[in-house]
Design a protein around this ligand. Structure first.
Ligand code: GDP
Length: 430
């Protein structure tokens, strides 16, 4: 069977920790979209890791970690990641890279930087990892699949054609140094040596494994609100962040996805530009940012301070619905223990009317939060293992959020480690 772990919001919900936890009972862990532009932070017995490309399952010996065809594969970053985890004493993981995954080219990263420079103040807040230029090229059909590295004559021809068009833009739009086809070919030959031991037919591998009754975990990046179709377009990422896309990005039958664990953080954070209705500012935000996550809410890839806000029921209800949620994992609840009162965003006021269904972007930009304040529990809940042992106000907070979003919160995370987890029964479970 296939399980997906995905985000309900803007990303950084704590998916890495939940995947790492669920990976214990999985055979294969698959990244199916996105690139090295976001990161998961994982804390385990080997130390603290920020993974950008490798699936979170690399810390187990019984799992195979798979990079699906839907991923934007940055080969040097992947190899540095493998090296860095081996250096910290993690045994060499089993890794398989789809022969259909496409390669982030050095010029994708350059184009990302040049375009941000050109747009100056009007930029999309890109992490400049080349992701948008990569996916643009993929759909313009001038991308390079991993398998193309193994047909050198054909590759040389193709590089020539691509360099020609890229150089027009470099010369006339960006006024930057031009690309050299031979140089690029050489780089790709280095990439070939790096990926060679891992390349395979991922879809076939997964489908065979499913026939044998194996468990496959799909690991999403970012969250619903960054989906190019259903998110806050255009302040979105360039590949679908939805569990449904897992079928495409890994090459498996959609009906095999039986469980969708949608990760929701007990408060909100976002990186990059775009509407963020429940956002808070000043000292209130600073304190939550400082106390948040595990050592503060700063980007795992960029180190950028994250934008902070109260829990947003409107966005989360929508985020869970689009994912097809069977279970909500409600994370980082322990962080809220310092607050006397906890505001929660229960509606959006748009042109004098209150809505609870997440609107399209131009309306979202006008939305003002409707807040309801719940009492805090004023204590440390880390270490608690049973739901009933949580303070009453803490349980009330969980149950209030659950009623607002209408999806079952079956896991509550009260600390960054794998075993900081409380399972609970929910009246919303099917
Ligand atoms: P992801 O991209 O969705 O995996 O999220 P990030 O890794 O960027 O952010 C989650 C942060 O919160 C990481 O630093 C985690 O170690 C941490 N974290 C996850 N769950 C919990 C939790 O329940 N409590 C606390 N305090 N930190 C958590």
């Amino acid at each position: 069977m296939v399980k997906a772990v995905v985000g309900a919001n803007w990303g950084d919900e704590g998916k890495g920790k939940i995947t790492d936890m669920l990976a214990e009972k999985a055979d294969i862990i698959v990244r199916f979209q996105g690139g090295a532009n976001a990161g998961h932070t994982i804390v385990n017995k080997y130390g603290k890791f920020a993974l950008h490309t490798l699936p979170s399952g690399v810390f187990y010996q019984h799992t195979t970690s798979v990079i699906g065809n839907g991923v934007a594969l940055n080969i040097p970053i992947l190899f540095n990641e493998i090296k860095s985890i081996e250096e910290k004493g993690v045994p060499a993981p089993k890794i398989m890279i789809s022969d259909r995954a496409q390669i982030v080219m050095p010029y994708h990263i350059l184009f990302d930087q040049y375009e941000e420079e050109r747009l100056a103040g009007k930029s999309f807040g890109s992490t400049k990892s080349g992701i948008a230029p990569f996916y643009s090229d993929k759909y313009a059909k001038i991308g390079f699949q991993v398998n193309e590295l193994f047909d050198e004559d054909r590759l040389k021809e193709k590089i020539k054609g691509v360099v020609e068009t890229k150089n027009v833009l470099l010369e006339h739009l960006y006024h930057k140094p031009l690309l050299d086809a031979d140089e690029l070919f050489k780089t790709l030959m280095e990439y070939k040596e790096m990926v060679k031991p891992y390349v395979g037919d991922v879809s076939l591998f997964i489908n065979d494994a499913l026939k044998e009754g194996k468990t496959v975990l799909l690991e999403g990046q970012l969250g619903t609100l960054k989906d190019p179709d259903h998110g806050i377009y255009p302040m979105v990422t360039s590949s679908s962040t939805l569990a449904g896309y897992g079928a495409v990005g890994a090459g498996l039958p959609p009906y095999e996805i039986k469980q969708v664990v949608t990760v929701c953080k007990a408060y909100s954070s976002a990186v990059g530009a775009g509407a963020f209705v429940s956002e808070i500012f000043g000292d209130e935000a600073d304190e939550l940012r400082r106390r948040g996550g595990d050592g503060g809410e700063y980007g795992a890839t960029t180190g950028r301070p994250r934008r902070m806000g109260w829990f947003d029921c409107v966005a989360s209800k929508y985020g869970c619905r689009l994912q097809g949620t069977t279970d909500v994992a409600f994370t980082v609840l322990d962080v809220l223990g310092y607050l006397d009162e906890i505001p929660v965003c229960v509606g959006y006021e748009i042109d004098g009317e209150v809505v609870t269904d997440f609107p399209v972007t131009h309306l979202l930009e006008k939305a003002k939060p409707v807040l309801k304040t719940l009492p805090g529990w004023k204590c440390d809940i880390r270490g608690i293992k049973n739901y009933d042992e949580l303070p009453e106000n803490c349980r009330k907070y969980v149950e209030f959020v659950e009623d607002q979003i209408g999806f079952p919160i079956t896991m509550v995370s009260n600390g960054p480690s794998r075993d900081d987890i409380i399972y609970r029964k929910s009246k919303y479970s099917k």
